[in-house]
Design a protein around this ligand. Structure first.
Ligand code: PMM
Length: 289
């Protein structure tokens, strides 16, 4: 599919699948809540991820874990802006993970160069305007509703076909709102209104996204479907989130092999290696997928 070769405004072609490191400036994210709430610690962590090989660092101030309650706009701005500013000043390519138009706008003013909206412009009616006005790459993730109620929305006949079709429809809405199609990054939204079975089905068919002709971002890191896969054989308890990193890196290699533009991960070094292994194999095959 080679979708990662699509030029995105302000983003280099890395010549391989990219790695987006995650800095969640939140007290309640499912795997790293509370670790990076202090802005100084969050900036230091983001710089460390970049030094470990992250091509992009994604900064978010609101947890979207299943059942999460929304934070206020003021709190989200307070969490995100100093971290975006600190990382951008440190020369890092920063994306801002937000569903709020004014947070996205303030973050771009503070130096963010990608808007990562898990609702793809559906949660805040002003978001598409901000994406259009700023001209930065804009993530259109598959999303059916806020995290508090999303597990009830996980009904599909053909999950791969329906998710791609819904993202295509949202891409049309975003482009009608003034966003240049060249800005759009698409994302299957693993774990968002999806069961574990849906997540596996989507991961198995990343190649099907080629028909949208846009770079595909894959965010599997530490998610529930990996915890279930690696459950303790005796107790049946899911593997704890921070012990899912080796599996997350395996997904990185497999997503890269299906042409993903980038993988979004908590732990960077193993995925940075994994995407390089995949690129070397691709080169040895003469560039073919
Ligand atoms: N998942 C989470 C947060 N942000 N952004 C994109 N583009 N895609 C995702 O699947 C996604 C996201 C939730 O995971 P986290 O709490 O580990 O950040």
């Amino acid at each position: 599919m080679n979708a990662y070769k699509s030029p995105l405004p302000g983003v280099d072609d890395w010549g391989r699948c990219g790695v987006m490191g995650i800095v969640n400036v939140t007290p309640d994210s499912f795997s790293d809540g509370g670790l990076w709430l202090d802005p100084g610690k969050a900036v230091a962590h983001g710089l460390e991820l970049a030094a470990q090989g992250a091509d992009v660092v994604d900064v978010g101030g609101e947890s979207t874990r299943p059942g999460a309650v929304r934070v206020t706009r003021e709190e989200e701005l307070r969490r995100v802006l100093p971290v975006v500013r600190g990382l951008a000043e440190g020369g890092v390519l920063v994306s801002v993970d937000t569903m709020r138009a004014d947070v996205a706008e303030a973050a771009v003013d503070a130096g963010a160069r990608i808007i990562n909206d898990v609702s793809g412009g559906r949660a805040d009616p002003g978001m598409i305007r901000v994406a259009a006005r700023t001209g930065v790459p804009f993530v259109v993730m598959h999303w059916r509703g806020q995290s508090a109620g999303m597990d009830e929305l996980a009904g599909y006949g053909d999950v791969v076909g329906e998710v791609i079709e819904e993202v295509e429809r949202q891409m049309d809405a975003v482009v009608s709102g003034g966003v240049d199609p060249a800005q759009v990054i698409v994302d299957p939204g693993l774990g968002f209104a999806k069961t574990r079975t849906h997540d596996w089905a989507l991961l198995a068919r990343l190649d099907a996204w080629a028909r949208l002709g846009r770079p595909v971002l894959v965010a599997a890191s530490r998610k529930r479907f990996l915890g279930t896969l690696l459950a303790d054989p005796a107790s049946g308890d899911p593997r704890p989130p921070r012990a899912r990193d080796a599996a997350s890196a395996a997904v990185s290699a497999l997503a890269a092999a299906q042409g993903a533009w980038a993988v979004r991960v908590h732990e960077v070094p193993a995925s940075a290696d994994a995407v390089r292994v995949e690129a070397a194999l691709r080169a040895a095959r003469g560039g073919a997928l």
